[in-house]
Design a protein around this ligand. Structure first.
Ligand SMILES: N[C@@H](CCC(=O)N[C@@H](CS)C(=O)NCC(=O)O)C(=O)O
Length: 230
C-alpha cells in the first residue's frame, strides 16, 4: 500500500493527478504544513527536507521512502510504464520539461506568489524580479505549446508537473490572457476527469482564499521555525 503524505498545494497535486490517472489506491496522510506537522520526527524520516509531497511504500521485504515531487512522478511513471514516452528522445524531452518545472517554473512562481501575497512587507524589487521571471517562463511554456498539443506531444508527467502551478496566476502577477496557448492547454487538462479529481483532493483542508495566515502559521511556514537545524 502507498502512504501519500499530502497537503493541498501545487507540488502535492502533481502526485494526486498521477495517482488518479493511474487509478491507484493510496492512503492519504495529511501533513498540515500550516501547523508545522512537517517538522515531526516521524515525517522527517520520510522527508528530511521537511516538505510535502512524500510517499512511503511498505513491501514485505523493503520500505521505500521518496520525497521531491519530480522523483515521485518519475518513480510511478517508470513503474507503470505510463505517462512517460517510450521513445528515448521524446522521453528525455518529457524529463527535460519536468526538470524545467522543478528547477524554474515552480520555484520562481512560488517566489512571485510569496512576495506578492504572503510577505508582510511590500518589497517592490522582489515582486518585480519574480513576477517578471514568471512572465518570462510562462512565455517559454506558451511557445512550446504553440507547436505541441501537450507539453511534449503526448500527455505525460511533464503536463502533470506544470499544470497545478498555473492555478492562481493572479498571485504570481500574471494575466493568463496574454498566453493563449497556455489557456488552450489548460482547457485540455481540465477536460480530463483524473486531473479534476486530483486537483480537488483534500480541498476542504484549504484556507478560505481571503483568510490570512495566523502569526503561528506564518512562523511555521516562513519564520525562524523553518530554519532551525534538525
Ligand atoms: N521541490 C519540492 C518542493 C516541495 C515544497 O516546497 N513543498 C511545500 C508545499 S508546496 C512544503 O511542504 N512546504 C512546507 C515547508 O516548507 O515547511 C517538491 O517539488 O517536492
Amino acid at each position: 500500500m502507498i502512504d501519500f503524505y499530502y497537503w493541498p498545494t501545487p507540488n502535492a497535486r502533481k502526485i494526486s493527478i498521477l495517482f488518479e490517472e493511474l487509478n491507484l489506491k493510496y492512503n492519504l496522510i495529511k501533513i498540515d504544513i500550516n501547523k508545522g506537522e512537517q517538522f515531526s520526527e516521524k515525517f522527517l524520516e520520510i522527508s528530511p527536507n521537511n516538505k510535502i509531497p512524500a510517499i512511503q511504500i511498505k513491501k514485505s521485504n523493503e520500505t521505500i521512502n521518496l520525497f521531491e515531487s519530480g522523483a515521485i512522478l518519475l518513480y510511478f511513471a517508470e513503474q507503470y510504464k505510463k505517462f512517460l514516452p517510450h521513445d528515448l528522445n521524446i522521453k528525455c524531452k518529457a524529463i527535460q520539461w519536468l526538470f524545467w518545472q522543478m528547477g524554474g517554473f515552480g520555484p520562481m512562481l512560488g517566489q512571485a506568489h510569496h512576495f506578492n501575497f504572503y510577505a508582510k512587507e511590500s518589497i517592490e524589487y522582489a515582486q518585480n524580479r519574480y513576477s517578471k521571471e514568471s512572465y518570462r517562463l510562462y512565455n517559454v511554456l506558451n511557445n512550446q505549446l504553440r507547436d505541441n498539443e501537450w507539453v511534449v506531444g503526448e500527455y505525460s508527467i511533464a503536463d502533470m508537473a506544470i499544470f497545478p502551478w498555473t492555478r492562481t496566476p493572479e498571485r504570481q502577477g500574471i494575466d493568463l490572457n496574454e498566453f493563449s496557448e497556455v489557456l488552450r492547454w489548460k482547457k485540455l487538462m481540465n477536460n480530463r476527469p483524473a486531473v479534476i479529481k486530483g486537483m480537488n483532493i483534500g480541498n476542504e483542508l484549504r484556507k478560505e482564499p481571503d483568510k490570512k495566515l495566523t502569526d503561528a502559521e506564518y512562523e511555521n511556514l516562513f519564520g525562524d521555525k523553518q530554519y532551525q537545524k534538525r
